[in-house]
Design a protein around this ligand. Structure first.
Ligand code: BES
Ligand code: MN
Ligand code: ZN
Length: 494
């Protein structure tokens, strides 16, 4: 699948489908109005009759249009002009692509909407390009009969008045970002019999070879040498050995951005075993690491002038004869001791050592991403990530990146009083807050012990990383959440 751009008139675009976004309010854009004239005014008539309203994600297929080069037209609503953002454009484009790609077609055209307040042409092309490509992607990789058919080419079309070079560059960026989101989704969707620490690391190595990232993979022995006692304890119950993957992109002159991902390739809970219902989707527990890998791939392919280190902590959390036990006291890399009171609070244990490793390897600003707590889903729901930080300035920069990228997160407080929850009688800290209250925050307070006071943001993506059911704009399964935010953050960091 290729994403390209083209400057020209809509009625001349040769495509199996021409996607035409329309507004709910105000007059249509010039190019859209001209296309409708060629179509004999059918869109205006359907509007008049109330069949087309232009509400966000509203889809109206015109299957046998006359007077234009394209074989079919899909009219998609954008909603009201005020408040339009990258997310709304992304979702409208994705909804149209999802509706179309249930059948095999070669070429899709997309008419970039004009006069989008607050957004320049580049932003519009980026949002729509990524949305279109995401809408072509589904979780059914292993079905004997495919149910989704990515086209050979998607072309973004803008009128002659638009800045061709800006659109071309944004289209290129969109292709790279969409591929990065798809990589994260694919990794999350891969069954845990195929994706475990060793195979995840091999995939990361392949990405590094293809993009020129520097890749270091620590195996069991090296993790022991590196004193990663907390990560190793989690890994001990599994027949699959752990890995720590470190990717480096060194093209900057200033500080280093550290991205750290939770990569539990399957979370059974360990001896604190989950129920079937709780365990059923736990192949998703490596979504943080997948987001880091996707983002690193994009950062390298864009050749951004920044220094970034990506650290992925990869383990399988299983019960077994050697599994860590309740009451065990672990020695983390940074010297702190941890009392284990619940083996299902494993994510913070592996992140503890991964964060310390990133700091030892000169990360100046940190972001970790983790499907860390069910409590975060209770607090914010399935679609919004929790943001916790030790530094208001850095937190603001991550919030800006997320807003620009069109992804949703919301801050949770980090008052010192929450730190009381993880004090242990026998060790420096314990790995659960001991009650159900403020579970997302007590987990973040735990992580804070391992960042050595460096500016750090923790994103709990337990909700948005995984979609239980499909809807109009996205497939079920892995979502690739926060890849776009990380790419945006790296661009801002430059
Ligand atoms: N991976 C889970 C969190 C999770 C839950 C992710 C639901 C996605 C959907 C994590 O390792 C976990 O089990 N957390 C426990 C922590 C508790 C034992 C303190 C939880 O949230 O119940
Ligand atoms: Mn767990
Ligand atoms: Zn987990």
């Amino acid at each position: 699948m290729q994403l390209t751009s083209h400057i020209g008139d809509l009625h001349e675009v040769e495509a199996d489908w021409l996607i035409l976004p329309i507004w709910e309010d105000g007059a249509p854009g010039k190019a859209a109005a001209e296309l409708d004239v060629k179509l004999g005014g059918v869109i205006a008539r359907l509007r008049e009759a109330g069949d087309i309203k232009g509400k966000a994600k509203e889809l109206t297929p015109l299957l046998d249009p006359k007077g234009i080069a394209a074989g079919r037209v899909m009219v998609v609503g954008l909603g009201k002009r005020a408040g339009i953002d990258r997310n709304i454009l992304h979702d409208a484009a994705a909804a149209a692509a999802r509706a179309i790609t249930s059948k095999a077609r070669d070429r899709l055209g997309f008419a970039l909407p004009e006069d989008v307040s607050n957004l320049n042409w580049g932003d519009v092309a980026l949002a729509c390009g990524v949305g279109l490509m995401q809408g072509c992607d589904g979780p059914g990789l292993r079905k004997s009969e495919k149910d989704r058919f990515p086209p050979k080419e998607i072309v973004l079309i803008a009128p002659a008045s638009a800045p061709a070079e800006e659109i071309k560059q944004a289209t290129e960026r969109a292709g790279i970002e969409a591929a990065a989101v798809s990589l994260a989704r694919e990794l999350v969707n891969t069954p845990p019999c195929d994706l475990f620490p060793e195979t995840f690391a091999a995939r990361a190595d392949k990405v590094a070879q293809e993009t020129g990232l520097q890749c270091t993979i620590l195996d069991l022995r090296q993790l022991e040498t590196e004193r990663m006692g907390a990560l190793l304890a989690v890994a001990r119950g599994s027949a699959r050995a752990p890995r720590l993957v470190v990717l480096r992109h060194s093209k900057g002159t200033g500080k280093t951005l550290g991205l750290v991902g939770k990569g539990v390739t399957f979370d059974s809970g360990g001896l604190s075993l989950k129920t079937n219902d709780q365990m059923v989707d736990m192949k998703c527990d490596m979504a943080g690491a997948a987001a880091v890998l996707g983002a690193m791939q994009a950062i390298a392919r864009m050749a951004l002038p920044v220094n970034v280190i990506g650290v992925m902590a990869l383990v399988e959390n299983m019960p077994g004869g050697k599994a860590m036990k309740l009451g065990d006291v672990l020695h983390a890399r940074n010297g702190k001791t941890i009392e284990v009171l619940n083996t299902d609070a494993e994510g913070r244990l592996i992140l503890a050592d991964a964060l310390a490793y990133a700091i030892d390897h000169k990360a100046d600003h940190l972001v970790d991403l983790a499907t860390l707590t069910g409590a975060c889903i209770v607090a914010l729901g399935m679609e919004v990530a929790g943001l916790m930080s030790n530094n208001d300035e850095w937190k603001g920069r991550v919030e800006t990146a997320a807003r620009t990228a069109g992804e949703r997160l919301w801050p949770l407080p980090m008052f010192p009083l929450y730190g009381e929850m993880i004090k242990s009688d026998v060790a420096d800290i314990k790995n659960t807050g001991g009650s159900r209250w403020a579970g997302a925050i007590s987990a973040a307070k735990f992580l804070e012990e391992f960042v050595a006071g460096k500016p750090w943001v923790h994103l709990d993506i337990a909700g948005p990383a995984w979609a239980e059911k499909e809807n109009a704009v996205r497939a079920s399964g892995g979502t690739g959440a926060f890849v776009r935010t990380l790419v945006q953050l790296a661009r801002q960091y430059a």
